[in-house]
Write a new protein. Structure first.
Length: 182
């Protein structure tokens, strides 16, 4: 069994991950995506209301366009609240970890593992959000799709729902409520 705590402790911050793994053109792609992301006041307020520590481990590839589009969203969330402790691990850095996180039979990225403050797994999500898959399937059938700005906003909202769902799970946990006296 994989120890997510060990992986988390050896994983990198957003900036360190990009510095180590991203070629200059990939760094530019991630930076451009980071610049385009805008959180609404309501989204920021929601994130600031988090009360439980969440350890969030993201397996990503600096070369991956989906990662370049989505991982900066996580960095924005973590920047808004100290309750999100975010780390990244390169998909190709550890074969055992890659195997543990296979989705749909493949080594897909990004994959996000939500962990409690004691590093218990709460959820796994990836590689694309519902809004992304809807747009991809619509394009297969020739149907119109959302504009890039609309799609980006929908992706941010999809990820925010996942972060909020785990936060509410942690907030409602009888074990954690007893531990924190709330």
């Amino acid at each position: 069994m994989v120890s997510f705590e060990e992986y988390f402790r050896s994983a990198l911050t957003y900036g360190a991950f990009l510095e180590r793994y991203a070629a200059p053109d990939h760094q530019r792609q991630w930076a451009a995506s980071h610049e385009r992301i805008r959180l609404s006041p309501t989204q920021r307020e929601l994130l600031r209301g988090f009360v439980r520590q969440m350890n969030v481990l993201c397996m990503a590839g600096a070369w991956c366009p989906d990662c370049a589009m989505q991982c900066p969203i996580f960095e924005h969330f973590a920047h808004v609240t100290p309750r999100i402790n975010l780390r990244f691990i390169d998909r190709d850095a550890d074969a055992q970890f890659q195997e543990e996180l296979r989705l749909c039979g493949g080594a897909r990225v990004p994959v996000v593992i939500f962990l409690s403050e004691e590093f218990h797994e709460c959820a796994r999500c990836g590689d694309r959000t519902l809004a992304q898959y809807r747009a991809l399937v619509a394009s297969l059938s020739g149907a119109g799709s959302a504009t890039p700005a609309d799609l980006q906003s929908a992706i941010v909202e999809d990820w925010l729902r996942e972060f909020e769902r785990v936060q509410l799970m942690l907030r409602h946990s009888p074990r954690l409520r007893q531990r924190h006296g709330d």
